[in-house]
Design a protein around this ligand. Structure first.
Ligand code: HEC
Length: 153
């Protein structure tokens, strides 16, 4: 009698081995001790409620300190999360704000305003997993108002 090689059990075992194997390939964590020195919210003296909004809705991707959820550590989710962080920071890193030249700061501020007004940020796949990061109309208005008061130099 021939033994069946491709059984449901073997497929399951094969997938389990792969899943365990990829856990050894986790990206480095995006947590840096010096993240606050040149920080946006600190440099621009953001009031606390505004700081909280940015930290809760933007900083996990756009800064040097990500507050990871437990499932963010599990590959392949960890790759997906890391990809977003790398891409987001290459566009805008709030932890490096202080030393960005003033023209670029102005561009960033206007991009922040349009992105939140159009509900493009935080990105929908993120608010799907983290509904509390979604900005309400009122919160968007508060951020826009505060951004209008910033004088960059
Ligand atoms: C889940 C990760 C994530 C979160 C959270 C997030 N972003 Fe982004 N952001 C990205 C990625 C990825 C890009 C680059 C790709 C793109 O533009 O879609 C980006 C791009 C941007 C850009 C540049 C886009 C442009 O072309 O002007 C701005 C500005 C921005 N984000 C602001 C914000 C603000 C403000 C928040 C919080 C309200 C936020 N983001 C939250 C991932 C994120």
């Amino acid at each position: 009698m021939k033994k069946k090689v491709i059984s449901t059990r073997n497929i399951f075992l094969f997938l389990a081995v792969i899943f365990i194997g990829i856990q050894f390939y986790r990206p480095n964590k995006n947590i840096q001790d010096d993240a606050s020195y040149n920080d946006f919210l600190k440099t621009e003296n953001a009031p606390e409620h505004i700081s909280n909004l940015f930290k809760n809705s933007c900083y996990n991707c756009h800064s040097n300190t990500t507050d990871y959820y437990w499932y963010d550590n599990i590959s392949p989710a960890s790759w997906y999360v890391d990809n977003h962080i790398v891409e987001a920071k290459s566009e805008l890193n709030f932890s490096k704000w202080k030393h960005i030249d003033y023209r670029t700061k102005r561009v960033h501020l206007s991009n922040i305003a349009t992105n939140i007004t159009d509900n493009k940020m935080p990105i929908p796949s993120y608010t799907f997993m983290h509904p509390d990061a979604k900005l309400s109309k009122e919160q968007i208005a508060q951020i826009l108002e505060w951004i209008g008061t910033i004088e960059v130099n």
